[in-house]
Design a protein around this ligand. Structure first.
Ligand SMILES: [Zn+2]
Ligand SMILES: [Zn+2]
Length: 97
């Protein structure tokens, strides 16, 4: 059975939920990473998801803001990471258990 490695939250901190600290008008107008930016981030990570460290292809990853967009994170490679869908879901999951 295939088991997903746990996401490494030391590299990819849990994204906060709720209202952002930066007003919408002051946020980076570019909301999401393009496919080519996500590809570059994936290559910079050695072709692996930053969360679980599994080798991934571009179609299996999402561009993620390490600093939340609503908290002033910019949509630039330096502030982003390529995460597989599983890890991406995990970092955005509510902290409440
Ligand atoms: Zn992953
Ligand atoms: Zn994300």
């Amino acid at each position: 059975m295939w088991v997903h490695n746990a996401c490494d939250f030391s590299k990819v901190p849990k994204a906060p939920t709720g209202k952002g600290s930066v007003p919408p008008g002051e946020r980076d107008p570019k909301r999401a990473f393009s496919r080519s930016e996500t590809d570059e981030m994936l290559q910079d990570q050695g072709g692996k998801c930053l969360g679980c460290g599994e080798p991934k292809t571009l179609s299996e990853v999402d561009g993620h803001h390490l600093k939340r967009h609503a908290d002033g994170g910019r949509t630039v490679k330096e502030e982003g990471a390529a995460l597989c869908k599983e890890c991406h879901k995990e970092v955005h999951a509510s902290n409440k258990k």
